[in-house]
Structures are given as C-alpha cells and as structure tokens.
Design a protein around this ligand. Sequence first.
Ligand SMILES: [Zn+2]
Length: 297
Amino acid sequence: MGEYFKVFQLAENVYHIYEPGGVGSSLIVGRRQAMLIDTGYGFADISAVVRKITDLPLRVVNTHGHTDHAGGNRFFNKVWMNPADKATYKDYQKHQKPLVAALFESKRKAAGKGPIWPEDFDRMAWYEAGTKEFCWLINGQTFDLDAPEERCNQTFDFEEASEENHLIEAIFMPGHTVGSVMFFDWKNHILFPGDDLDYSLWMQFDTSAPLYTYKKRLQQLEQYPIEAILPSHKKQLLSTWILKRMPEAIEHLSLEKSRRFFHPRTGQPGWLYKEPLNGESPDGQDTIYITYQINNM
Ligand SMILES: [Zn+2]
C-alpha cells in the first residue's frame, strides 16, 4: 500500500494534499508563513504531511464545517473558520460523523475493498476529537504569507499590496453552506472555493444559502484577477470557465428539468438538475450537476 496522502504540486508553492476519501486540502507556502486550507476527514494525521513540505508557522483555515474539510482540525492547535458555519460544524461533529464512517464502510464492502482509513485509525478518538480552538474569520480578511505572523490580521488594502506581499484573502460566499469561504491567492491568482464552486454543486442542505443569492454573489468574483480554480474534490487546477458558466446553469435550472434526488448519506430528499455541456468545457467535464431545494431558491 502506498502513502495514505497523495501530494500534488500545482504551482511553485501550492500543494494539494489528496486523501483516499476523495478530498484534497491545499497548502500554500509563503516566505514566512504557510497556510493550510482545510484539513480533510481526519482519518490520518495530515499535519505530518504538511511538516514534510514546510516547517514555517502554519495558519489553518476551513472553507466550511463539513467533516471532509474540518475532520482533521484535531491535529492542529488553532483553526480559522467563518462563524456562520458553527451550526454546520456542530451538526457534522455530533451527528454526521457516524454516518460518514458507515457510508464508507458499506461502499468499500460492496466494492470488496478494505477500510478507507489507515490501519492505526482510532475510530472513537476520531468521533470525540473536535477542534482545540477556533478563531473566527472576517469577510475580506487577508493573511500575508510573506510577513511575520503578528502582522497578518488585517483587512485587504489594494494600495498597500505589492509583489512583495503574498496575500490570501478570505471571501465569504454563502452557498454550499451559509458559512462557506473561498480563499483567493493574490500572488498565484488561484481561487480555492472548497465545495462552493465545482462542476458538482451541492446546495440541498438545510444549511445551504438560497440558490439565487449564491448566483448573484458569485458574479461579484469577476473583480478578482482569477487565473485558475482549485475545488477541494479535484486533483488539478480548473480554468476559470466554470465561474462564468455556473450562473448560466443556475439560470437554466427548472423543476421540470430536474429529478428527485436523495442524499447518499442522510437520505434527505432534494432535486438534481443536470446541465449538459456538449464539449464546451475546457476542463473536459461534460455536465454541471446542481442539487437544491425548491423552498431555498
Ligand atoms: Zn461540503
């Protein structure tokens, strides 16, 4: 069996740490600090992988509170998150974790495979362990990875920014969850949207934002010089095409063109809309999938 985590280097100082559950956490290494965006399921110690890549002071942030993004928070002393995702985080921590584990077990069994987690995985410790300390993000807050840690708690200032800074901006983007945050790397011009922008967009949760509010806010990203997008569940950078195309897909969506959809873990009913792309996508994807609730448009 190979390494549990697979590390993909996607830019000079950007790494995507991918795990067998099908999710990646992103590491950006600046001159004086590094930032880890999400912590994965937490089945294995992701901090050990990070420490193989860099020994700089580490800032850990969550794009949202789902277990595949915040389950590994337990390996760090302090994690930054949008306070609007507290309820989502708590629900996943208390109620969803056993379901997450059970779904992996049944899927792997059906496929004739062994457990998804490594041999030394302590299930009870995983259920019980939460986040040692949360710090709360502010919309528009920036972190300068080229500066010493004390200087990093500031609001983005276009005048002050220069090539000397390696600024990462937290952009609050209620969508997949109400507390979803995208992170924009002003040096590499990469957007890290978590689950809030991808060819599959899951908006059917009780804690998702209204679909059209999300669409409107998404269009505000046009002011950012984005050159590439790295969603959590992809292994490579996407073009910016999906950013323009997603609002159109939401516009095309209707109940007549959707079908009933049940969340594979919770069984929660919702609707699924599929937008065929007919070879349009430069990322080689053939469909946009959107799950949603009709009472949360
Ligand atoms: Zn999610």
